[in-house]
Design a binder for this molecule. Structure first.
Ligand SMILES: Cc1cc2nc3c(=O)[nH]c(=O)nc-3n(C[C@H](O)[C@H](O)[C@H](O)COP(=O)(O)OP(=O)(O)OC[C@H]3O[C@@H](n4cnc5c(N)ncnc54)[C@H](O)[C@@H]3O)c2cc1C
Length: 462
């Protein structure tokens, strides 16, 4: 237990006073995206610069406090917040500085996807990130980062040029291809294991302001045919095409037919990261296939595309996730999945396939810490509901579906999708890179000071 005077003195050294459990901003400060998470840190530091972060790390190390790091607070397992200990909240460090000539962006580590996109799109540029705009750049990047531009330009980490971070010793250092190259390798996929990142530098690409997109909704009764079509469409797809197949609940609003609102459906959500004319041609198969109840194929602003899923993933609802990598989508796998999705218990549940392949696959497995590059898709089971009394029903349903799909998968899982009960899957999520990650962890954080994450156990030198 720390005495009040020690805490008070530490608080006065920071740019903003600590938020304590009796302060009015405490509940908001400790809340994260997943409403299942209800942890109570001893203190919350809203850092505004690297110096604040250094002071937090030094204070926590000296007083043996557990530390959690909050970027955008979207980690489903709630690792951004701790019980007891010091929560380092980076949400105020969200500056994004774009260099349109060099096509790079320097991004503070509390920035969200939306904040990054807004600045880069002013110059018609973007880097590959995720598909929900409130997600934090930090957690997303450190775990890999997959989204609409992934097949064309790779994962977020494949576009990372350099990182600045505060180490467990409290030093502010840089990591890039030439400086602390071992650390730079580990930061590209190894999560928040190595320090508190203060900023990232990304490579940018020309994109937008509009790109061709498609949203095609089919009744769930057609799901087997839709997924068979999806398999063929993705097999032959150009890198520019990002094709998601998602089983969702039909939103209760126009332009969806009233009779189908709230019912389960399958949607093909597609974007083309190239010219509008090429995109129109690439999306032609979608003009013809099946009997959708809503088909919208049109140019959309890139910013709009990047926010189009936001309403489906609101802050504070209850969530439980599981994910698999899939190489080949067999008829049997489709049958098992679709048969299981007739009675989805969670009204905000999304089950579906995220595209991999293209540029993601062309990076060597050992080139970065992110190993699982040969899969064709990630199958995400993202269960979402409102009431705590429905927790067990939704969690059990998700686990069962996960187990039923296991025989059709290629092993491993995406570390950014690991939930609270997935600690045993951490090493397999890093696959063949785990042992090298342990060595880097041992060099930069031998005492495992940063352990509220997809934790890599330091491997002592032999
Ligand atoms: C609605 C939703 C949509 C998503 N969509 C996608 C998607 O399209 N593609 C995709 O790849 N992923 C997606 N994700 C997963 C996402 O990548 C992870 O949840 C990621 O952890 C979110 O990062 P964050 O900064 O918001 O998380 P936080 O919860 O703030 O942080 C998660 C962890 O990252 C580490 N961390 C955060 N900030 C730092 C830092 N500055 N320095 C060191 N470590 C840090 C810490 O270990 C922390 O526990 C999505 C998640 C959600 C909830």
């Amino acid at each position: 237990m720390l005495d009040q005077i020690t805490i008070q003195e530490f608080s006065q050294t920071l740019s903003q006073p600590l938020i304590m459990p009796f302060d009015s901003g405490y509940d908001e400060g400790r809340s994260v995206w997943n409403g299942m998470v209800d942890k109570r840190p001893a203190m919350i530091a809203k850092c505004t610069n690297a110096d604040d972060i250094k002071k937090c790390v030094n204070f926590a190390r000296t007083h043996d406090l557990i530390v959690s790091i909050k970027g955008g607070g979207h980690n489903v397992a709630g690792r951004a917040v701790c019980d007891g200990g010091l929560m380092i909240d980076l949400s105020q460090m969200n500056a994004v500085i774009v260099d349109p000539i060099e096509r790079t962006a320097r991004v503070e580590s509390g920035a969200t996807i939306g904040e990054l996109d807004r600045e880069t799109q002013k110059f018609g540029l973007a880097t590959p990130v995720g598909i929900v705009s409130k997600t934090g750049i930090a957690g997303l990047t450190l775990g890999g980062g997959n989204g609409y531009l992934g097949r064309k330009h790779g994962l977020t980490i494949d576009n990372l040029l350099s990182v600045e971070l505060v180490t467990a010793k409290g030093d502010l250092i840089s990591a890039n291809e030439t400086e602390n190259a071992d650390l730079f390798w580990a930061l590209r996929g190894g999560g928040g294991n190595f320090g508190v990142v203060t900023s990232f530098e990304f490579k940018l690409h020309e994109i937008g302001p509009e790109i061709m997109t498609a949203k095609v909704f089919y009744p769930i009764e057609d799901a087997k045919q839709v997924l068979a079509f999806y398999r063929e469409f993705t097999l032959n797809a150009a890198d520019e095409l990002a094709i998601y197949a998602l089983i969702v609940s039909v939103p209760p609003a126009d332009p969806f037919p009233e009779s189908l609102q709230g019912k389960t459906a399958i949607v093909l959500l597609v974007s083309y990261a190239g010219s509008l004319d090429d995109g129109k041609r690439a999306l032609e198969p979608l003009e013809k296939f099946g009997n959708p109840f809503l088909r919208v194929i049109m140019p959309t602003s890139f910013i709009e595309l990047q926010t189009s899923f936001d309403k489906s993933a609101p802050h504070g609802i209850r969530n439980y996730w599981k994910a698999h990598y899939i190489d080949h989508l067999s008829d049997e796998a489709i049958d098992v999945l679709v048969n299981y999705t007739h009675d989805i218990p969670g009204p905000l549940t999304v089950i579906g396939f995220e595209p991999f392949g293209g540029a993601i696959t062309r990076v060597e497995e050992s080139a970065t810490a992110f190993p699982q590059r040969n899969a064709s898709y990630i199958l995400g089971l993202f269960s979402g509901w409102i009431e705590s009394e429905d927790d067990e029903k939704n969690i059990n349903w998700t686990r069962e579906l996960y187990n039923k799909m296991t025989p059709f998968t290629s092993g491993g899982t995406y570390s950014n999708y690991l939930d609270n009960d997935d600690s045993a899957k951490v090493s397999s999520s890093f696959g063949s890179n785990y042992s090298r990650l342990q060595e880097v962890k041992n060099k930069y954080d031998p005492k495992n000071f940063f352990r509220l994450n997809q934790n890599i156990i330091p491997k002592p030198d032999l």
